[in-house]
Design a binder for this molecule. Structure first.
Ligand SMILES: Nc1ncnc2c1ncn2[C@@H]1O[C@H](COP(=O)(O)OP(=O)(O)OP(=O)(O)O)[C@@H](O)[C@H]1O
Ligand SMILES: O=P(O)(O)OC[C@H]1O[C@H](OP(=O)(O)OP(=O)(O)O)[C@H](O)[C@@H]1O
Ligand SMILES: [Mg+2]
Length: 281
């Protein structure tokens, strides 16, 4: 039985549950459920605080976990990032009142409020700056106005919270984060973890690709295939109409409209894009 950690609340919880549901796993019905047994797939899910997940996985008590890259680093334990999941994206940054601290070397001897002391300590060490870290559970933007800190280090997604608190970012981003799937450092894959990874990768591909189908004159096929090379190679079938072929090819969603315009201009017609519900590559 595979044992998997899933964020029980916060920014990553809904995205993680949606991804596992799309991958065909049974998920909890109520936010009060702390465990779900998916007997059909031989997987048990444990709903845990996202900041604790790397610790459970590193200790070997759970096989795999979904957490944030920043949270995994902050926990200070060793886990390996197996696959980045494409949701829960954020940047981790220093900020202060404009005209006070405006550079990372300027943090020397200052007080920095953060909920991620592990991430901040690692960054300060890497740049050789000594500062006092004030650990707070949240709402760290208030710490400056309340006189507890001179600067903060926090997750920035849209930047709205910083703006409302009258703070400005400075220095290079400390790190970029997103939801990741982790396992214990040094643990190889087993057939059961391989299957889960294949399913999750299938969801990532299904989300980022569409299936493109079109008809084109046979003599233009090579030019059309340059626009739609697919993953392996496109499928080409004869049409009843002489001199024409039908082509099917997986195409990146982010590129879709550029490719469709290019195909149309080349002379392709009946260009149809459809969502992929699930896949194994
Ligand atoms: N707007 C955001 N606010 C906070 N965390 C975010 C945001 N967007 C993405 N994340 C990511 O979500 C993870 C933090 O989730 P976590 O559940 O610990 O905090 P939270 O969403 O602020 O919840 P809580 O209300 O419990 O503080 C980190 O990996 C972080 O990078
Ligand atoms: O750049 P933004 O889109 O404004 O998002 C970032 C803010 O969201 C998070 O706070 P959250 O609402 O989770 O409150 P918390 O500080 O209590 O965790 C984070 O700590 C920032 O304050
Ligand atoms: Mg928060």
């Amino acid at each position: 039985m595979l044992r998997i950690a899933v964020p029980n609340k916060g920014s990553l919880s809904q995205g993680a549950i949606e991804m596992l549901t799309e991958a065909g796993y049974r998920q909890r019905r109520s936010t009060r459920d702390l465990q779900v047994m998916d007997a059909d797939n031989e997987v048990e899910f444990f709903y845990l605080r996202p900041g604790d997940i790397a610790t459970y996985v590193a200790s070997g008590d759970l096989d795999l976990g979904i957490t944030g890259r920043d949270l995994a680093i902050n926990s200070g334990v060793e886990v390996d990032e197996v696959v980045a999941l494409g949701f829960g994206r954020s940047t981790f940054r220093y900020a202060a009142r404009p005209g006070t601290v405006d550079s990372v070397p300027g943090l020397h001897g200052r007080r920095i409020a953060t909920s991620y002391p592990g991430v901040v300590r690692r960054n300060l060490e890497s740049v050789g700056v000594e500062a006092e870290i004030i650990k707070l559970a949240g709402a760290v933007e208030n710490a400056i106005a309340l006189g507890v800190a001179d600067a903060i280090a926090d997750v920035v997604e849209t930047g709205t919270t910083l703006k409302q608190a009258g703070l400005a970012v400075f220095g290079e981003p400390i790190m970029k984060s997103e939801a990741i799937l982790v396992h214990k450092t040094g643990n190889g894959e087993t057939p059961a973890t391989e299957q889960l990874l294949r399913r999750v990768r299938g969801v990532l591909v299904a989300r980022s690709y569409v299936m493109l189908a079109y008809d084109v004159r046979a003599e233009l096929l090579e030019q059309a295939v340059e626009l739609t090379p697919g993953i392996e190679s496109p499928t080409v079938s004869p049409l009843h109409r002489e001199g024409w072929v039908a082509v099917q090819s997986m195409t990146e969603r982010s590129d879709l409209h550029r490719v469709m315009d290019g195909l149309y201009e080349l002379g392709a017609r009946g260009i149809l894009a459809s969502n992929i519900d699930a896949c194994r590559l």
